[in-house]
Design a protein around this ligand. Structure first.
Ligand SMILES: *Cc1c(COP(=O)(O)O)cnc(C)c1O
Ligand code: SF4
Length: 339
């Protein structure tokens, strides 16, 4: 991989910063993104158009893993807005999972038996162009301490719930004080057994895994699972491996979910390499999601037949425990639906 030498220097400076500083210094201007990566002018118009629909956000630590002057780079494709985001074929909608209709309390989504999602932070450290939450009304879903009371009461009142899943946005974009408080409240609920965290932050800003996070996470009585979100082996650099090692040492089971994306990972060898690399980092593949039909993301779509063929061929390359489950989320179903 050829990486611009000035990227290297700036990144090593960036990585001496705290994760909060890295987050606030993330690239949020499409012109700067194109310039830093040596993309020529033909990419700029589309980048600005897409940015108008869902803003650009790319932290330096992620940028450092993107090749210079390569519009096909699989990490770049996940974060660079394109003019194609204005395409709006039938069936592509703003809330493909119909989550708005499953919120019995503010910040809480209860669709599946035994587990609930808590929207612990409205923002993300990176804006992924294919995200099904790109149209999410985040401001209405970021409860303060007082506003968590309804969600907590809902959990206390339903003994069938054994698992709380912190989600977002990205839950680890919230500060540790707030997260420690929330987890402290959750662990007082006797029927809760597990804390799960769905996050991309340890991947895009590995310094997020710092001692403050390891303190509250390592200290809880709840069993801990972290589901990372990695789509390509190039996302796993040494800093990510180090972060994973620390999480495992704190007693966290590490899983990964990916989205099958045209031009990013729609290839057997790419998926096999991803699984192998995940395991080297101590992470087991969990789900491979087909794309949710969200407006603005149709150019990432891989048809179901092709997805099934890819996964069938993947079985020829990998041991069973490195095979992700190919699934889709169907509104109204009681679990993810295998393809
Ligand atoms: C995906 C999801 C979960 C978790 O599902 P698992 O199959 O347990 O990983 C829980 N709640 C909602 C609303 C989800 O979308
Ligand atoms: S980190 Fe996750 S929630 Fe945030 S933009 Fe990316 S895919 Fe969406």
């Amino acid at each position: 991989m050829i990486v611009a030498s000035d990227n290297h220097e700036r990144v090593s400076a960036a990585q001496r910063r705290s994760w909060q500083q890295q987050l606030s210094h993330a690239i949020r201007d499409p012109s700067i993104l194109c310039k830093r990566l040596g993309l020529d002018a033909q990419w700029l118009t589309g980048a600005h158009t897409g940015h108008g629909l869902f803003e650009v956000r790319v932290p330096e630590a992620y940028l450092s893993r993107i090749a210079y002057n390569d519009p096909a780079d699989p990490l770049l494709r996940q974060v660079l807005p394109l003019g194609d985001e204005t395409l709006s074929p039938a069936g592509y909608v703003t809330d493909p999972l119909e989550e708005a209709s499953h919120q019995p309390a503010k910040g809480l989504i209860h669709k599946y038996a035994g587990r609930v999602l808590l929207i612990a932070s409205p923002t993300c450290a990176v804006n992924c162009r294919y995200c099904f939450r790109r149209h999410f009304p985040y401001n209405e879903n970021s409860p303060s301490r007082a506003q968590w009371q309804d969600a907590l009461q809902y959990l206390r009142d339903d003994p069938s719930i054994h698992e709380a899943i912190l989600s977002g946005g990205d839950p680890l974009a919230a500060n540790d004080r707030q997260l420690a408080w929330l987890v402290g409240e959750l662990e007082k609920i006797p029927h809760l057994k597990r804390l799960r965290i769905h996050t991309r932050l340890p991947v895009v800003i590995p310094d997020r895994v710092d001692s403050a996070l390891l303190d509250w996470l390592g200290g809880t009585r709840l069993q801990k699972v972290m589901v990372l979100h990695i789509n390509h082996a190039n996302e796993i650099d040494q800093a990510v491996i180090d972060a994973c090692t620390q999480l495992k040492a704190a007693g966290v089971t590490l899983l990964n979910q990916s989205v099958l994306l045209r031009g990013v990972n729609d290839c057997v060898e790419t998926l096999a390499t991803l699984s192998e690399r995940l395991f080297e980092a101590g992470v087991l593949p969990y789900y491979l999601h087909v794309l949710d039909p969200v407006k603005g993301a149709v150019h990432f779509d891989v048809p179901d037949d092709e997805a099934r063929t890819l996964v069938t061929r993947l079985r020829d390359h990998l041991p069973g425990f490195l095979m992700p489950r190919l699934v889709r989320e169907v509104p109204g179903e009681a679990s993810k639906t295998p393809l």
